[in-house]
Design a protein around this ligand. Structure first.
Ligand code: ZN
Ligand code: ZN
Length: 389
């Protein structure tokens, strides 16, 4: 098989796996290969592994695997933090060793790119070790003042574990075992919750790493183009190998030469391009959340609320339609089609009344300013909270 087809197949397989992993849960992929791959990656593979371990080692083996899983996923641990640092360090080392020599002004690039990586590590450390907004008995009043209950997805209640009032928008993280204000999610890579006080560092981390990877992909692309030009590969191919001077004939040959001669740079280019795409998607998703003053946790809460309200409205509408239908039958023995029409009208009415009313959304500018300057740390909310207020 020609090398370009191997690359195309590799790209298609990678894209399918990434797409299935990220979007396969969507109802539109139900019953399709993308849905099956998603199930396999998120649940099936783990289930098969457990069954295999039980078959070979018995229940003791399963217990051992489950305790490792509990250590890795249910308790704070630095495993993914170490993996992140190893990936970052080794990628920088391989890039510097294999590609810096081809960049003009080598020392400037060396120190600037090292500085850029250090900024990335600092943002990682800030997100990982900065307090995400832990709620405790001393500060709970200012969080309650800062975030009023909307009485839709948040109402006044107590955290059964921490035994303190639960401010609106907070959530008890079962991994860290604490309540966190404006809780977004628990990030395994950071080994920390993403909450009110570190969302800004998390966003800066995503943006900075996206830019780093994009820069890496573009820079390596330019290095490879420079090598093709400097070594006069097109000239050699057309003059000595008799290849036709057209993009269609030359592109596969040039690619073949690049893969053979600069395979490390090609691998780095693909890695940077894929990671930058993933980071762009992740950053875009969180930017949209920040602009609408919603959290990942609230996205799920709203979905649950809207689904429940729709079910309630549909049930009410069905009951009303049934009652109206019964009345009609009694009054004028109405036809079957009329009865159906009434039913549908009631259903349509039910659809329109369920909507998301996010009282925390105060417009893009204010929403972003709340990310940068968290509400609870502002002077106005430093006063103690009284229930009567
Ligand atoms: Zn709690
Ligand atoms: Zn947590």
């Amino acid at each position: 098989m020609e090398v370009q087809w191997v690359l195309v197949c590799h790209g298609m397989v990678t894209l399918t796996v990434v797409l299935s992993f990220l979007c396969g849960h969507s109802p539109i992929f139900k019953g399709t290969p993308i849905g099956w791959i998603h199930y396999f990656l998120t649940f099936g593979a783990w289930d098969y592994l457990l069954r295999f371990v039980e078959f070979v080692f018995g229940s003791k083996g399963t217990d051992a695997v489950l305790s490792v899983e509990s250590f890795c996923c249910d308790r704070p641990n630095p495993l993914l933090q170490i993996i992140y640092l190893l990936i970052l360090g080794s990628t920088y080392f391989i890039t510097a060793k294999s590609s810096f020599v081809y960049i003009p002004g080598y020392y400037i690039v060396k120190y600037m790119s090292f500085g850029a990586v250090i900024i990335g590590v600092l943002l990682f450390l800030l997100t990982s070790f900065c307090d995400p907004g832990t709620v405790n008995s001393k500060n709970v009043s200012q969080y309650i003042s800062a975030y009023p209950y909307d009485e839709i997805i948040y109402s006044e209640k107590e955290c059964p574990t921490c035994k303190i009032p639960k401010p609106a928008r907070s959530k008890h993280c079962s991994i860290c075992n604490r309540c966190v204000a404006r809780f977004d999610h628990h990030c395994g890579w950071m080994n920390n919750c993403i909450g009110e006080k570190n969302t800004k560092y998390f966003m800066a981390f995503l943006l900075w790493h996206f830019l780093l990877c994009l820069y890496g992909a573009v820079a390596i692309g330019f290095i490879l183009a420079g090598r093709v030009k400097e070594l006069r590969i097109v000239h050699i191919l057309t003059t000595y190998y008799g290849i036709e001077h057209s993009f269609r004939s030359l592109a596969p040959r040039v690619l073949q030469w690049l893969v053979g001669t600069y395979n490390t740079q090609i691998l780095l280019l693909v890695f940077f391009a894929l990671v930058s795409l993933l980071l762009a998607g992740f950053f875009g998703y969180h930017l949209n959340l920040c602009l609408t003053n919603t959290t990942t946790n609230e996205k799920f809460k709203w979905r649950e609320y809207i689904s429940l309200q729709k079910k309630i409205s549909e049930a009410k509408a069905s009951a009303a339609a049934l009652k109206a239908g019964m009345n009609n039958i009694e009054l004028e023995r109405s036809s079957k089609s009329k009865w159906r029409g009434l039913w549908r009208r009631s259903e349509a009415k039910a659809e329109t009344i369920v909507a998301k009313r996010n009282m925390y959304d105060k417009g893009n500018f204010q929403n972003i300013s709340e990310i940068v300057f968290p509400l609870s740390s502002r002077q106005a909310f430093q006063k103690p909270y009284h229930k009567s207020e």
